[in-house]
Design a binder for this molecule. Structure first.
Ligand code: SAM
Length: 273
């Protein structure tokens, strides 16, 4: 089978990918052909990799996020379009010469979105995975290796306008329900949020007040019942104006909250992201 050459025209390649269960077969075929640039042997190897379920972004080396090309190295979490509204909202909350932290930055897609939109702002990012930090650096992000806030420069403490994060938030028991290829390639570290998925989210809520200025924003991606589960922690840590963000299908996609420095009245309202 390995000796059978892969089709090298768009229509036949798209048909092969579609027949193998790839939903966006036309777009993927196009990207693979562009990446191979006419090299038939290279195309063969790229298509074989894709047929194993390896993420397309690892094969082509990049993904589109918020209308930018973001480099994605093999082993690094592939930024998802579902996180784009959160990144765009973070831009809206970041003043032109402000400061922002992108936690669990992965390839640095959100930090790069912030830096691109607000070139005068200081944007720092962290990730525990050295491959992610190197990849984010290659994307022009000021990224530090370590656990959540711990590796970040102390000088940003108390001055930050936005803390944003797509941190791991899948409940451990639900990891088995992820699509088959997900954990065959991407790291469990990117997804595992502990028993109910909120372990890292709760740590971010608890540790972010040390970094945020009064009026600064906390923006976190999450799902399911997790917004409700965090409500008490947010109120206790001095967050107000807690807003649940929904996607176009009405599913919970995140929360936005404003840091007030003191224990404020907790208010929850709802808006569509
Ligand atoms: C779901 S991915 C999100 C990556 C990126 N924010 C994005 O949206 O493309 C989660 C990332 O968190 C990192 N991570 C997991 N636990 C961490 C921790 N305790 N501190 C910092 N980074 C962590 C993983 O290495 C992974 O890159």
């Amino acid at each position: 089978m390995a000796d059978v050459p892969m089709p090298n025209d768009l229509e036949a390649l798209a048909a092969l990918l579609s027949g193998s269960g790839f939903v966006a077969a036309d777009e993927e075929a196009d990207e693979l052909l562009v990446c191979a640039a006419g090299d038939v042997e290279l195309l063969d190897s790229l298509v074989w990799r894709r047929l194993t379920g390896e993420p397309l972004a690892w094969i082509t080396g990049s993904v589109s996020f918020c209308d930018m090309e973001v480099r994605v190295d093999p082993g690094v979490y592939v930024p998802r379009w579902q996180s784009e509204p959160l990144a765009r909202r973070a831009v809206e909350r970041l003043p032109s010469t402000g400061a922002a932290i992108d936690l669990c930055t992965g390839a640095g897609a959100i930090a790069k979105t912030l830096t691109t939109a607000r070139p005068g702002a200081r944007v720092v990012a962290s990730d525990v995975d050295e491959r992610a930090v190197a990849c984010a650096g290659a994307n022009g992000v000021e990224a530090y290796c370590g656990d959540l806030f711990s590796p970040l420069p102390r000088m940003v403490e108390g001055r930050v306008d936005v803390v944003v994060g797509v941190v791991p938030y899948v409940p451990t028991p639900a990891l088995a329900l992820l699509p088959r290829d997900t954990l065959a390639f991407e790291s469990r570290l990117s997804y595992d949020g502990g028993r109910d998925g909120t372990e890292i989210l709760r740590r971010v809520v608890a540790e972010s007040p040390r970094f945020l200025r009064r009026g600064g924003a906390l923006l976190l991606e999450l799902g399911g019942e997790q917004a409700d589960a965090l409500a008490h922690d947010l109120a206790r840590r001095g967050y107000v104006g807690v807003t649940t963000l929904f996607d176009g299908d009405g599913d919970v996609r995140g929360i936005e909250a404003t840091f007030e420095e003191h224990r404020g009245r907790h208010r929850v309202d709802h808006r569509h992201a």
